[in-house]
Design a protein around this ligand. Structure first.
Ligand SMILES: Cc1cc2nc3c(=O)[nH]c(=O)nc-3n(C[C@H](O)[C@H](O)[C@H](O)COP(=O)(O)OP(=O)(O)OC[C@H]3O[C@@H](n4cnc5c(N)ncnc54)[C@H](O)[C@@H]3O)c2cc1C
Length: 376
């Protein structure tokens, strides 16, 4: 299996460069005429579901169709903070998201530097007296509470999920954008002039291809931004209150989240850009317009948090798509036009652990082993 830096394959878009490396390249293969299970979208959701499908039912033919390269959507551009529950909190039957994530990657043998040391909620009111963090950001930001959570290396998570899926027999096709699905029996996935028949399909395209998923008008695509600082010295991290290495996010506005990198750099993220429709996401350029303004604003905010950061340099600037549905609740449903098609996504900004936890559930549902949740 060839290894190559991911950046070269994803260079068309101008979403900047995240610090993560995706080092799995699928074997080039001829497109199949027919599959048992078609997974559309090669992010965490699609890759986890495909790997779990083949893990449970290796006799089936499972294929992932990814429009660009694996991880090219949110998954390769995420912050990689893992949190419990969903953006809408706990939901009936959701179960233990962090436990489900941990079990799934352990059972699949996915090593992604999963670290469950906890996460901090930080805020301008109600800060703890012993808060190690005291940053200036429209008031004084302090630790309000510690919650379950931690971090993964998202590049490793994408690569290892894909590698595991491949090892289990899943065929992964990059550069294959599914344009349309014909809802006959079997289903008919169309890419240009080519047609692929499938018994069942999972649409895991997140903020893109909303006509395909049937989510246009039901969920809003947005673009969000992040940057990484140059490495900080241990003494500087101590002053910042980040020596424990715990990731953090604000519980009040203006929103700010962040996490440490193994290099000693710190990622900070914030900001939501509205787009008229999902196609505008593809044209977004982080060096121009609203995205560039927001990146400059995050830089100013970070430098103002503490004197230690006053002249800090930055090494990475990037952004990615998120999909926000009503009530910020994830969508996990049968497609309106066929019970053979499941649509899963819209995790808003909280989809790293959730995508794998629910991707596993989607695989089990496709095999008839489990029902979809009521809240989907
Ligand atoms: C900057 C940023 C920071 C974030 N930070 C965090 C965080 O710290 N913690 C957290 O929990 N969540 C975070 N999130 C959210 C989290 O990353 C996402 O919820 C998660 O990655 C979604 O995974 P996914 O597989 O559903 O979607 P994606 O990773 O977006 O995958 C969808 C894939 O579908 C492909 N596709 C689209 N249309 C088609 C088509 N027609 N045919 C074939 N393929 C298609 C796309 O190319 C893409 O690769 C963040 C998101 C961003 C953008």
């Amino acid at each position: 299996m060839a290894n190559a830096p991911h950046g070269s394959r994803a260079a068309k878009k101008r979403w900047g460069k995240s610090p993560w490396t995706i080092d799995f390249l699928p074997l080039p293969r001829l497109l199949p005429g027919q599959v048992d299970f078609a997974v559309v979208g090669g992010g965490f959701t699609g890759l986890a579901a495909a790997a779990w499908l083949s893990h449970l039912a290796p006799e089936n033919c499972v294929a992932v169709f990814e429009a660009e390269s694996i991880g090219a959507g949110a998954s390769g551009n995420t912050g990689g903070m893992v949190l419990a529950e969903s953006s809408a909190g706990d939901l009936p039957g959701l179960g233990d998201v962090l436990g489900g994530f941990g079990r799934t990657i352990a059972e699949l043998g996915v090593d992604c530097d999963f670290d469950l040391r906890g996460a901090w909620e930080i805020g301008r009111k109600g800060g703890r007296k012993d808060s190690p963090i005291a940053w200036s950001d429209s008031g004084k930001l302090r630790v309000v509470a510690e919650v379950a959570g931690g971090t993964v290396d998202p590049g490793k998570l994408v690569s290892q999920l894909a590698r595991t899926a491949d090892r289990l027999g899943v065929h992964i096709y990059e550069g294959m954008r599914i344009d349309e699905i014909g809802f006959q029996n079997p289903l008919c996935l169309k890419l240009g002039a080519k047609e692929i028949r499938a018994e069942n399909a999972l649409i895991a395209t997140n903020a893109q291809s909303l006509e395909l998923s049937g989510l246009a008008g039901r969920a809003e695509p947005k673009f969000t931004l992040a940057l990484a600082t140059e490495p900080l010295k241990p003494a500087q991290l101590e002053v910042l209150g980040l020596a424990s290495g715990k990731p953090f996010y604000t519980v009040d506005l203006p929103y700010l989240w962040g996490r440490m990198l193994p290099t000693g750099g710190v990622i900070f993220g914030s900001g939501l850009i509205d787009v008229e429709n999902w196609r505008k996401l593809i044209d977004l350029d982080i060096d121009a317009g609203r995205a560039a303004e927001l990146i400059a604003r995050i830089e100013r905010r970070v430098r103002g948090l503490d004197p230690v950061l006053k002249s800090i340099g930055f090494t990475h600037w990037w952004g990615g798509p998120i999909l926000i549905a009503e009530d910020w609740s994830p969508i996990f449903i049968h497609h309106g036009r066929s019970d053979r098609v499941i649509v899963l996504g819209a995790y808003a900004g909280q989809g790293v652990a959730l995508s794998v936890h629910l991707g596993r559930w989607a695989a089990e549902a496709m095999l008839g082993l489990r029902k979809l949740p009521d809240w989907g």
